[in-house]
Design a protein around this ligand. Structure first.
Ligand code: NAD
Ligand code: UDP
Ligand code: UDP
Length: 322
């Protein structure tokens, strides 16, 4: 009997996961969105509930899960430093036990599985821009290690399940991504600056603001996920960098946000967090070659869309408080 391709998205009620679920439904898949709602929220997927191809499942991936699916996108994991440092042991468990469970599930049902890995596997990089062949410069015992080392171990597990069990795996190394539905209080730089600017509160630049990041708009990233999962050469597993190679200092970003929001905010300087990478920019040659992928959204365009989202969000929040 014909049945639609059934896709499991773990972390589906989060920022990236909710956009991915939306995209997969548009492509005609059946989508099971799994989340324990630690940092994600049902609000992010409320608009999808009327779609008969959509299903929400509250579950924690550190526990086993028995389902019949064809593809798995494994996104479950808190992604911002304040959230992943809130309960660091649980963060490592989510990456490691979670990966084992999702790989075990993929192995049993012979599903294709993609891991949302991160540029953090490169740590504070000594190679710039970062290519996939670079092994990274990561502190194993610092405040960021629960996330960085958890994600590194998850990559190891993915490749061992491929070698040992012939699993069809894909690993995406995601660089800083932003857009609507970022958590307004998760401390990430784009959401922090926009919310501060819209409230005309001081913009908090950590350190002297000379550290760099490369910012990818969410729609571009989701396109990359989709192409990676469906790449013609099924033997291709990556890891592959997905991100926007445009590189900006944090101070530049602060000034752009002030300009685009027409804000009266001033910039204030706060201490740089421990092990904060000095610079980060993806080399996306591999993604271009193998996936025919590159981001198209300019920072200005993406920031304006994100500002519109947060403006509406804050207005609604204000109205609800009255
Ligand atoms: P997010 O916090 O919005 O989404 C993560 C989701 O996972 C949340 O909905 C959360 O509730 C859920 N979750 C956490 N632990 C779970 C568990 N044990 N079981 C089930 N669900 C759980 O963050 P995001 O930005 O959407 O990130 C999604 C994925 O992409 C993460 O794996 C993250 O590490 C990775 N990533 C994101 C970025 C970025 O810039 N956004 C960069 C690199 C990597
Ligand atoms: N697992 C799961 N769902 C499944 C199959 C397995 O959650 O459909 C979990 C199970 O808890 C197991 C883990 O995935 O511990 C790894 O499975 P695998 O088959 O690789 O190893 P084993 O069962 O031998 O530990
Ligand atoms: N940052 C900042 N002010 C903030 C939040 C973050 O200056 O209010 C800096 C942070 O120190 C880092 C960069 O912005 O250098 C990106 O931080 P984020 O937490 O968004 O991502 P990551 O460090 O994981 O790349």
């Amino acid at each position: 009997m014909y049945r639609k391709t059934r896709v499991l998205v773990t972390g589906g009620a989060g920022f990236l996961g909710s956009h991915l679920c939306e995209r997969l439904l548009k492509e005609g898949y059946e989508v099971i969105c799994l989340d324990n709602c630690f940092t994600g929220s049902k609000q992010n997927i409320l608009h999808l509930h009327n779609d008969p191809n959509f299903e929400f499942l509250r579950h924690d991936i550190t526990f086993p899960l028995y389902l019949e699916v064809d593809q798995i996108y494994n996104l479950a994991c808190p992604a911002s430093p304040i959230h992943y440092q809130f309960d660091p042991v649980q963060t490592t468990k989510t990456s490691v036990h979670g990966a084992i469970n999702m790989l075990g599930l993929a192995k049993r049902v012979r599903a294709k599985i993609m891991q949302a890995s991160t540029s953090e596997v490169y740590g504070d990089p000594e190679m710039h821009p970062q290519q996939e062949s670079y092994w990274g410069n990561v502190n194993p015992i610092g405040m960021r290690s629960c996330y960085d080392e958890g994600k590194r171990c998850a990559e190891t597990l993915f490749f061992d399940y491929k070698r040992q069990h012939n699993l069809r795996i894909k690993v995406a190394r995601i660089f800083n991504t932003y857009g609507p539905r970022m958590h307004p209080n998760d401390g990430r730089v784009v959401s922090n600056f926009i919310v501060q600017a819209l409230k005309n509160e001081p913009i908090t630049v950590y350190g002297d603001g000379s550290q760099t990041r490369s910012f990818c708009y969410v729609d571009d990233l989701v396109e990359g996920f989709y192409r990676l999962m469906n790449v013609t050469d099924d033997a291709f597993s990556g890891p592959v960098n997905l991100g926007n190679p445009g590189e900006f200092t944090i101070l530049q970003l602060a000034n752009l946000v002030i300009e685009y929001t027409n804000s009266k905010s001033e910039i204030i300087y706060k201490p740089l967090p421990e092990n904060d990478p000095r610079k980060r920019r993806p080399d996306i040659t591999l993604a271009k070659e193998v996936l025919g992928w590159q981001p198209y959204t300019k920072l200005e365009q993406g920031l304006l869309k994100t500002i519109t989202y947060f403006d509406k969000y804050l207005t609604q929040e204000e109205a609800a408080a009255q």
